[in-house]
Design a protein around this ligand. Sequence first.
Ligand SMILES: NC(=O)C1=CN([C@@H]2O[C@H](COP(=O)(O)OP(=O)(O)OC[C@H]3O[C@@H](n4cnc5c(N)ncnc54)[C@H](OP(=O)(O)O)[C@@H]3O)[C@@H](O)[C@H]2O)[C@@H](O)CC1
Ligand SMILES: Nc1ncnc2c1ncn2[C@@H]1O[C@H](COP(=O)(O)OP(=O)(O)O)[C@@H](O)[C@H]1O
Ligand SMILES: [K+]
Length: 498
Amino acid sequence: MLHSWDAAAVRAAEQPLLAAGVPLMGRAAFALATHVARVLRDARGRVGGSRVALLVGSGNNGGDTLHAGALLARRGVQVTAVLTAARTHAGGLEALRAAHGRVVTALDDAAAEALAGDLARADVVLDGLLGIGGRGGVRGPGARLVAQLAALDAGARPLVVAVDVPSGVGVDDGTRTGDVLDADLTVTFGACKPALLLPPAAAAAGRVEVVDLGLHLTGRPAVVRLAAADVAGLWPVPGRDAHKYVRGVLGVVAGSARYPGAAVLQVSGAIGAGVGMVRYQGAAGPQVLAAHPEVVVGEGRVQAWVLGSGVAPDDDEQRARARDALEHALAHGEPAVVDAGALDLLPDRVPPHVVLTPHAGELAALLRDRGADVTRADVEAAPWAHARRAHELTGATVLLKGGTTVVVGPHGASYAQADGPPWLATAGAGDVLGGVLGALLAGRASQAAAEPTLPAALAAAAALVHGRAAHHANPGGPVSAGGVAAALPGAVAGLLRA
Ligand SMILES: NC(=O)C1=CN([C@@H]2O[C@H](COP(=O)(O)OP(=O)(O)OC[C@H]3O[C@@H](n4cnc5c(N)ncnc54)[C@H](OP(=O)(O)O)[C@@H]3O)[C@@H](O)[C@H]2O)[C@@H](O)CC1
Ligand SMILES: Nc1ncnc2c1ncn2[C@@H]1O[C@H](COP(=O)(O)OP(=O)(O)O)[C@@H](O)[C@H]1O
Ligand SMILES: [K+]
């Protein structure tokens, strides 16, 4: 499990150590230089004689970068620091000069332009413009340098190491403003930051290395990422005395005459994840039974529900079933996944064991229905903020699907999972995910209804397993939604062994 902490929490945790004279910047710079040396050795076979350019902003982030540059210069690296502000960290500058590093300034756009060639010839560029003190996108000549580097062809671009965070990201909310230099590696200090986990900023971070500075961080982390090893603790694994009802029966109200495939895929997801039994309601019964003869078609007692996938807006009959099922779930405290065609059936307030699973467009529509002026693009630019808004407005746990899936529940529970390959962006993959999550909620129904933050953890686990199943289905290549469902049992088994 990877925890991330916002800038204020990190600063608060640094304070007592700084007051006690602990050399945090020295530790950060040493770790940064060590990582950069490793990058150079991997890329060029040696450290000495290689070229490193430092993009240096006005604050301590620039200070870290200059100190790391000084350490590299002492190992024979040709280091050039580009100062982008009138103010520069004095100790860092002195250290670099003492180590015979080269120092140039880019205090206006023309000077920044003139340095383009130098930067392009570097083996590695350290992005030390802004750290946790950054506000908005990079401004001034630093922005010009970033734009020049970003415009280089991938093959001609130096490797980029972001210092603490890629400059220009919203450290606490994962947004990005203006040009942000996509890093190959981010070396982050003291703790992971939300921007390194949340979309869209996390895409700029590359691989993330967290440097332990000995900070004592308390309270709830801002955003969590589950790791493979966390799944076994959340998964409902049957005991020796289990029977199908104990293991959980999932009611599925999905699909329609027009979209029978959604029902088939959702049921495949639930069965692949290990549900005890599925009861299906809807017009796709024959197709569901043809694919899964173990399914029971028709009404009956269930522990949890998944509602709305592949239910067309004009399918009055299936919408009525989904509405009835949702009312039943709410009246009896049964967890429910509410997807696609059932999202607009949601009452004003629901408990957190109701889990919404919209994609960005559906989340925008849900927020608009509640009076917010929001487009799909707004959601994509700030997915976490909008998922939180949807949770606040409805009370539901919200799983927002995307390349990185964001989950928000009560009491600040937030997850960001990036487990699937981009090949997973394929029709029907979301239906499979709904089935997986439904199976988890059915298997842990009473706990999910009693522990307000458990549905969010289960939703994150579902996203993780779904993503890994996509990797298993066809490593490195295209997958179908059905292929992902078929790979689920193996993916789950692998995770339970982990
Ligand atoms: N505390 C510690 O001991 C440790 C801290 N550590 C390191 O310190 C970093 C935090 O340092 P920090 O607080 O100095 O802020 P930092 O991110 O360098 O930049 C802020 C400066 O940039 C400016 N500025 C702001 N926005 C801007 C924009 N959009 N475009 C352009 N400029 C902008 C703003 O100036 P202003 O505009 O307000 O005049 C301000 O001066 C942290 O990320 C980590 O790397 C580690 O060494 C571990 C120990
Ligand atoms: N770029 C991507 N990389 C990895 N997974 C993705 C990407 N884009 C979408 N996904 C995943 O694919 C699934 C798509 O679901 P959804 O949008 O509901 O499609 P559908 O309605 O066709 O099932 C979600 O689980 C989502 O997280
Ligand atoms: K930075």
